[in-house]
Design a protein around this ligand. Sequence first.
Ligand SMILES: [Zn+2]
Length: 371
Amino acid sequence: MINRERLCRTFMELCAIDSEPKGERLMADRLTKLLLELGFTVSEDGTGQLIGGSAGNLFARLEGSGAGEALLFSCHMDRVVPGRGVRPRIAGDYIVSDGNTVLGADDASGLAALLEGVTALKQAGLPHPPLELVLTVAEELALVGASHFDTGRITARACFVIDAAGPVGEIVLRAPEQVKFAATFHGKSAHAGFAPEQGVSAIQVAAAAIGRMKLLRIDEETTANIGSICASGPTNIVPERCELQGEVRSLQADKLRAQVEAITAAMEAAAREFGGRVEIRVSPCYPSYTLGEDCNPARRAARAAERVGVPVRFKSTGGGSDANIFNSRGLETVVLSCGYEGVHTTAERMPLEQLELLARWVLAIMTGGGE
Ligand SMILES: [Zn+2]
């Protein structure tokens, strides 16, 4: 029922549409048109204006043609930078970009699988429950699009976000909470040649603070990273300002707090030691979630994967997705793996076989029947 050629065509068309975060207008328009043609009602929310983007989240609904409770599928419309001017092509068993941009399989593979699944469903006249879709903007900016979506509009109680790395058949049941931190180190400027002893180097304080931190892999469930350090000035002035930005993630709330406290303490200790000062701002990005293998969407996804003939594997992930937002609002949401490789790099590629399996998996979930 899945038409591989049509699926590839849709996938490559979507990849070729410019759709970096906050610049999803063309993608939203194209998807709206395709969904209307498939019989969905489609509406766009006001998130675009709220976040300074060109488009809002799309909410689409297709009435059911049989029994069964509504199902929600969700993908994001944006992709990481560089994600404009993508030129997808088939190379052997893969679809690749020309190497100057990402491919955008994250998350065009999910979008294409959804469109193909519904197209196949309608062509074959298969009974299906009501289908709801949330297609988000700015997912790659710490889930900001989904966090503005009014989840009260969703009637489905089993939700599937199609947006994980890994071979088709993997079902994500756990994802970490994330917080970001930003710190400004204040030193004291002085002439670096005449009177350096009168200065306090903000760069030196920041470096000492970083030296005191444990970073990257903290334990099995916890990670931490400094992503940015900024200070600039002439070499003959002791620098008075240096800014740091970083993040901490953990599957366990207490471990996350402990790591944030350790990082904060390291920065304060370094500032004291050098006679400088530090201002620290910690901001939560999204909460964690943990679901059981027997929750409604996990059971449905596992049964559908068995029908498609791919191995089922339940897993946890180190990355956030819109499922973090949906779960925090009381909607049981699992994430389905898409089969894409090299995600968030210009070497990103989509195995043709995995794209087809993904569409078959999505179709099998849609036709899984009531439970
Ligand atoms: Zn993604």
